[in-house]
Design a protein around this ligand. Structure first.
Ligand code: HPA
Length: 252
């Protein structure tokens, strides 16, 4: 059983091409697993090898905006925990508010701000899964962030650091909202990741997260983001992100 799991975000699903000796398990065949509804998200749990290590990858994730509740969105992380996963890699496409960012940048997530209307841990706590009031002091492992920085330097990949703001979507932000998220400390905004990372932390997993900046937002920015553009930008930036993740898994 793999000790490492990877959740692949929008436009980043081709990372699975780098996983060897793959076994595909369609979500539709797993009891209680939701099924992905968004264009560009295929639904498979993949078991295989990456960087010489056994990994489990989610090809396609469940978004709150699709109508799933938080328990459904995070159910796969609970399954990972039950299977013995200790390390979670998450990736996503995100809009950049940080003025230093350009489209195609890779942002290592150092922290997040949860702006979803509900916390996935709301309700009865299962003590066997984790504590009632989990600390969120190091939601993204500092050790992994350093390792990623080291790899990026070695491979000459430009990486930025930043805080990910998680919103329910499905609207992209108004100019004032991008501005607001920047002022409260965000560097990038997206519609995923935060619920899964909360549940992973609850379960005692170490997390590494990375965003691909697919569009920019703010009061001076007039370009209109679209799902197609987000996918295209994510696909272009994908090799950089892949290299970092593969090297990290190999060195775990
Ligand atoms: N906002 C929210 N989610 C996103 C964006 C954005 O600009 N880009 C990609 N996902």
């Amino acid at each position: 059983m793999p000790k490492t799991a990877i959740i692949l975000g929008t436009g980043l699903g081709a990372l699975v091409d780098h996983i060897e000796d793959k076994q595909y398990l369609p979500y539709s065949e797993i009891p209680n697993f939701p099924v992905s509804t968004v264009e560009g998200h295929s639904g498979n749990l993949i078991f295989g090898c990456l960087g010489g290590k056994r990994v489990m990858a989610m090809q396609g994730r469940f978004h709150y905006y699709e109508g799933y509740d938080m328990k459904q969105v995070t159910f796969p992380v609970r399954v990972m925990k039950a299977l013995g996963v200790e390390t979670l890699f998450v990736s996503n496409a995100a809009g950049g508010m940080n003025k230093e960012f350009v489209v195609g940048d890779v942002m290592i997530i150092t922290d997040h701000i949860n702006l979803f209307p509900e916390n996935p841990l709301r309700g009865k706590n299962y003590n066997e899964l984790g504590p009632r009031f989990p600390a969120m002091t190091e939601p993204y492992s500092k050790k992994f962030i350093s390792l990623a920085d080291e790899i990026a330097k070695e491979k000459n990949i430009r990486v930025m650091h930043g805080v990910y703001v998680g919103t329910p979507g499905p609207t992209f932000e108004t100019p004032a909202e991008y501005e607001y998220f920047r002022i409260i400390g965000g560097d990038a905004v997206g519609m995923s990741t935060v619920p899964e990372v909360i549940v992973a932390n609850h379960a005692g997993m170490k997390v590494f997260g990375v965003s691909v900046i697919t569009d920019l937002g703010g009061k001076d920015i007039t370009e209109v983001p679209s799902h197609e553009e987000v996918q295209k930008a994510a696909e272009t930036a994908q090799p950089k992100m892949m290299e970092i993740i593969r090297q990290m898994v190999a060195r775990l």
